[in-house]
Ligand binder design. Structure first.
Ligand code: GDP
Ligand code: IMO
Ligand code: MG
Length: 428
């Protein structure tokens, strides 16, 4: 029988705890696959008291008996990948077998520079606050059909031809638009060939590996990076990333047909955060926001930037349920709310005096949304040691049930701390 295929997607603006959820679910999977994004992601796993942050490696990498896949939809920075692999080796960790798709696009040095230059060129309200990892420029080249793919790094002639074309364009842009120095062709070419020598043994037909593993009965786990509200189509454009984190992105980004997907699990933080610019209706620029940032350790796992914090937004959750077809929710960081007297959750928006329950697809309209809240009493005790739903205080159970009832989606996993073991599983 074919193995089960699950997609894990972020529901809010990223950093919901996808890495820790994937790490827990990976115990029952054979294959863990990243399908989009790149080293802009920062996925934290805390296992046996040790902390790991993965940017490109799938969060199943700590299981030596699994297969981890970097799919064709990912934009791959070889230096970031090698740093991660070296750091795990230096910690003496045995890791999963890794396969990198031939078709994954390579983040080149000029992508990272252009990301920073184009961000610096924006001012005021037009700034996006990118991670500076070269993501937008690399995806632009992919769709402009001038990108370098992983397979090109191991073919010196093809690489020379492709890089000649692309680098001439990039150097024009750098010198004529930004007044920067051009890149030396020889230096970039030699660097790319060196990457190729190290990447060659990892290259494979990733979609085939995934499909064969599923056919042999193994469960497959797709690990989304970023999140629904950062999706280039469904997010708060233009304050988004340049890929498709939503569940549909797994089909194109990893080569799996929609009919093969069994379950989509959305990761929801028990409150909400956002890094970078763009509208965020439930943001608390108050003591509560400060409290959540401090207690939740809300500083970017990739850039270290302080995250903007606010209340959980069920209007946004409803949107994510529809866009991704969520079958289950993984609710993380419930423990961060332990000490609060009151907990708010947004149930609708007031937009220009009209109450609305649907997330506006226009970013301009969302900027005008004022959140309307339901207020819950806090439970005022630590839930860090709870391991069953029944162990949670009644007020915490009420909060979880309200999320289930309003979204119409069962909460299948609850995080009560960052550790692998600090997880309540409910029939998943
Ligand atoms: P991701 O990008 O979605 O994988 O999330 P990040 O790793 O960027 O951010 C999530 C942060 O919350 C990390 O520091 C995790 O260790 C931490 N975390 C995840 N789940 C929980 C939880 O249930 N409780 C607490 N207190 N921390 C958690
Ligand atoms: P994970 O997978 C939170 C945000 C950036 C910026 C916007 C565009 O850890 O949840 P980009 O560098 O992608 O062009 O930046 O998207 N962003 C993230 N925010 N978590 C992430 O990843 C993010 N990846 C990108 O802050 O606002
Ligand atoms: Mg993160």
């Amino acid at each position: 029988m074919r193995g089960r295929t699950d997609i894990v997607v972020g529901v809010q603006w990223g950093d919901e705890g996808k890495g820790r959820v994937v790490d827990v679910l990976a115990a029952k999977a054979g294959v863990v696959v990243r399908y989009q994004g790149g080293a802009n992601a920062g996925h934290t796993v805390v296992a046996d008291g040790e902390k790991y942050v993965f940017h490109l490696l799938p969060s199943g990498i700590l299981y030596p008996d699994k297969l981890c896949v970097i799919g064709n939809g990912v934009v791959m920075d070889p230096e970031a990948l090698f740093d991660e692999l070296d750091a795990l080796a230096a910690r003496g960790k045995k890791t999963a077998r890794l396969v990198v798709s031939h078709g994954a696009h390579i983040v080149m040095p000029y992508h990272k520079l252009l990301d920073k230059l184009s961000e610096n060129a924006r001012s005021g309200d037009t700034k996006i606050g990118t991670t500076g990892r070269g993501i937008g420029p690399c995806y632009s080249d992919k769709y402009g059909r001038i990108g370098i793919r992983a397979e090109d790094l191991v073919n010196a002639d093809i690489l020379r031809a492709k890089l000649s074309l692309t680098l001439a364009l990039k150097n024009d842009m750098l010198t004529k638009i930004y007044g920067e120095k051009p890149f030396s062709f020889d230096e970039v070419y030699e660097k790319a060939l060196a990457w190729g020598r190290r990447i060659e043994p990892l290259l494979g037909d990733s979609f085939l590996e995934i499909d064969e593993a599923a056919e042999s009965g193994q469960n497959i786990l797709f690990e989304g990076a970023q999140a629904t509200l950062l999706d280039v189509d469904y997010g708060t454009y233009p304050f988004v990333t340049s890929s498709s984190p939503c569940a549909g992105g797994a089909c194109t980004g990893a080569g799996i047909g929609p009919s093969r997907i069994d379950r989509v699990i959305g990761v929801v933080k028990a409150y909400c955060t956002r890094v970078g610019e763009g509208p965020f209706p439930t943001e608390e620029r108050s003591e509560t926001g400060e409290f959540l940032r401090r207690k939740g350790g809300e500083f970017g796992a990739t850039t270290g930037r302080p995250r903007r914090c606010g209340w959980c937004d069920l209007v946004a959750v409803d949107y994510a349920v529809r866009v991704n077809g969520l079958d289950g929710i993984a609710l993380t960081k419930l423990d961060v709310l332990d000490d609060l007297d009151e907990i708010k959750i947004c149930t609708s928006y007031d937009i220009n005096g009209k109450v609305q329950k649907h997330f506006p697809s226009s970013c301009a309209e969302l900027s005008r949304a004022k959140p309307l809240y339901r207020t819950f009493k806090g439970w005022k005790r630590s839930i860090a040691d709870c391991r069953r739903f029944e162990d949670l205080p009644e007020a915490a159970r009420d909060y979880v049930r309200f999320i289930e009832d309003t979204s119409g989606v069962p909460v299948l996993l609850i995080g009560v701390g960052p550790g692998r073991e600090q997880t309540i599983l409910r029939g998943i």
